[in-house]
Design a protein around this ligand. Structure first.
Ligand code: SF4
Ligand code: SF4
Length: 237
């Protein structure tokens, strides 16, 4: 059993309520940012930013479209970062929720190796090498609350619950969305616990929207690591 989140990008308005709620709950400092001529702020996830609404202006079917993508850790079913860590005091899965959790012990890992293992380009490191990312608000979930981002979302773009329940909601919602967006799809729904629904080509939302675009895909990456065990670290599968 695990918990899952559905993020329906087709009804995300980029209000960034989820981004702020994440900062607030985790007591994370603001980023110092500069205006680079777009609404993207900050520019990327960081050690202090676990959730980021990516904003893209794209021409789709001869129309200028805003495409919004509230990016975060996918809490993968077979997580490459967990597989390669080989250290349960540094990175582990909470068996009660399925959340992949990083601890302060992550500073003893090879941070660049962990970062490069993630097909979604999520983990970020501090100067001392400690790694951080979304923890699915595991403390809230254990106390019967939804993750802060889900609670804050004013449009209903985010849903949280048991995996089977969320998968069913996602499939049903996909059927509805396809009537307006024929190319709509769920992103890696059977490989991750944070499932995105997008209306257009995933590459228009993020270079790392789907695992298959990177490192030959999540399944291949994990399968190779499992097969090779500690030797995977030496050749960086
Ligand atoms: S998305 Fe990346 S950081 Fe998150 S569990 Fe998967 S491999 Fe690990
Ligand atoms: S809170 Fe909801 S609508 Fe606002 S940016 Fe996040 S996912 Fe989109």
């Amino acid at each position: 059993m695990s918990k899952s989140i559905l993020i329906d990008a087709t009804i995300c308005t980029a209000c960034r309520g989820c981004q702020i709620a994440c900062k607030q709950w985790h007591n994370l400092p603001a980023e110092k940012t500069t205006n680079v001529g777009s609404f993207q702020n900050p520019q990327d996830l960081s050690f202090n930013t676990y959730k980021l609404v990516r904003m893209n202006e794209e021409i789709v079917n001869n129309r200028l479209e805003w495409l919004f993508f509230p990016d975060q850790c996918r809490h993968c079913i077979d997580a490459p970062c967990l597989e390669i860590a080989f250290d349960e005091t540094a990175i582990y899965r909470d068996p009660a929720t399925g959340a992949i959790l990083y601890t302060m012990g992550s500073k003893n890992l090879d941070a660049d190796e962990i970062i490069s293992s993630c097909p979604y380009n999520i983990p970020k490191k501090a100067k001392d090498g400690t790694l951080a990312k979304c923890d699915m608000c595991n403390d809230r979930v254990h106390n019967g609350l939804k993750p802060a981002c889900v609670t804050a979302c004013p449009t209903g773009a985010m849903k949280f619950g048991e995996r089977e329940e969320i998968l069913a909601i996602a499939e049903k919602r996909l059927g509805i969305v396809k009537q307006k967006f024929p190319k709509a799809m769920l992103l890696d729904p059977y490989e991750v616990n944070v499932i995105y629904l997008v209306g257009h080509d995933p590459k228009l939302y993020s270079d790392y929207a789907v695992a298959s675009a990177n490192k030959g895909g999540l399944s291949r990456s994990v399968a190779l690591r499992k097969m090779m065990g500690p030797f995977a670290r030496m050749i960086r599968v």
